[in-house]
Design a protein around this ligand. Structure first.
Ligand code: NAD
Ligand code: DAU
Length: 334
């Protein structure tokens, strides 16, 4: 099988590319990534010289490029996106461009290539925000996105479904909860907490810190996508979660404990605008129909993740200092 992976230099996409090439020794990957601030070729360093991995620096909104690449593959696995809620609050234009127009450009390319499988990687944030007693999100929860990021992802999900119903495009969608693990960009909560503490900086906790997220180790998310692309039913959506509901303050305290620090490192700051209170996922469908269950508990995963950031200081220090941008400018002249 030959895959076109979009966004494969980002956090989850790069983990997926490593996972797929390790798991299937005969599979090939074309990795299309625009190398925005979130794309980092250092995430793919181990693959330099691997004949089964071809990196293409390019934009998913470039119709000529994606038309050409779509003709070379059996499936598109679409990760590329603007992914950070806080950035979407400051300026949402890139979110609409990449997440909506970029997805549309890829769907058109898939349609023209003919009968091309399309897996769309989406988020639980499209379902909105839960109260403490509400049932978790599932595949039948109505869409209710509340940030420019989640609204743009919701738009992309609707387009993917429309191409299935209107054009018979063989699509699947996954809506996953919060991931964490290696190569997690240090603007997001877990890597920010770990790296700030390692640098001797305080941890900014938004509002009261009592918002709830369901955390899934990125390796488990990669296994879920693998399961869906091989065993999923065309036209279906699968919710993916980790059974790992935690408040933000619990996450922070767990990491403080692992790094032997006290609570004086916490700094409560102004809340995120429109901050979603709680996400939780009922993943019975993928469990019962496709046999997927997460294998890494939060306790195991967070310990491994802290150890990864300790062992890979130069990776995140390059990002925080901006050096990683110089690395890719040298490799792929802009
Ligand atoms: P990320 O921000 O780490 O990576 C995104 C990648 O997409 C980067 O490499 C970037 O360079 C690339 N990209 C951005 N715009 C592009 C464009 N126009 N053309 C080509 N490439 C472009 O994101 P992530 O956290 O790895 O998320 C990947 C996907 O998974 C996203 O679609 C996101 O919505 C979804 N998702 C993320 C999470 C999470 O917890 N991080 C959870 C559920 C779903
Ligand atoms: O639920 C899936 C989503 O998870 C993905 O679709 C998004 O791409 C991904 O970024 C993530 O979104 P969140 O907004 O939940 O993740 P983030 O790490 O930005 O924040 C997690 C929680 O921590 C959230 O309640 C906000 C809070 N937070 C975050 C940061 C960066 C803080 O309290 N302080 C911080 O400095």
């Amino acid at each position: 099988m030959k895959l076109l992976v979009t966004g494969g230099a980002g956090f989850i996409g790069s983990n997926f590319v490593h996972y797929i090439l390790k798991t299937y020794p005969d599979y090939e990957v074309i990795n299309l990534d625009a190398l925005t601030y979130a794309g980092n070729l250092e995430n793919l360093k181990e693959l330099e010289g691997n004949p089964r991995h071809r990196f293409v620096k390019g934009d998913i909104c470039d119709a000529d490029l994606v038309d050409k690449l779509a003709k070379e593959v059996d499936i598109i696995v679409h990760f590329a996106a603007e992914s950070h809620v806080d950035r979407s609050i400051l300026d949402s234009a890139a979110f609409v461009r990449t997440n909506v127009i970029g997805t549309h450009t890829l769907l058109e390319a898939a349609k023209k290539a003919g009968n091309l499988r399309f897996h769309h990687v989406s988020t639980d944030e499209v379902f909105g925000s839960l109260g403490p007693q509400d049932a978790p999100f599932s595949e039948v929860t109505p869409y209710d996105p509340r940030s420019p990021y989640s609204a743009s992802k919701a738009g992309s999900d609707h387009l993917v479904r429309a191409y299935f119903h209107t054009h018979n495009l063989p699509v699947t969608i996954s809506n996953c909860s919060n991931n964490y693990g290696p190569y997690h960009f240090p603007e997001k909560l877990i890597p920010l907490v770990i790296t700030n503490l390692m640098e001797g900086k305080k941890i900014p906790v938004y509002g009261d810190g009592l918002q709830v997220r369901d955390w899934l180790h990125v390796e488990d998310h990669c296994r879920a996508i693998d399961t869906i692309i091989h065993k999923g039913t065309i036209g279906e959506t699968y919710c993916v979660g980790g059974n790992g509901e935690k408040t933000n303050i619990e996450i922070v305290k767990t990491i403080l404990g692992l790094l032997c620090r006290d609570e004086s490192w916490i700094e409560y700051v102004e809340d995120r605008k429109g901050h979603d209170k709680r996400y939780a996922i009922n993943f019975d469908k993928i469990k019962n129909e496709l046999g997927f269950e997460p294998q890494i508990t939060f306790e195991q995963g967070i310990e491994k993740t802290v150890a990864w950031f300790q062992a890979n200081e130069s990776w995140w220090k390059n990002i925080k200092s901006g050096d990683y941008e110089k690395y890719y400018q040298k490799q792929y002249k802009k």
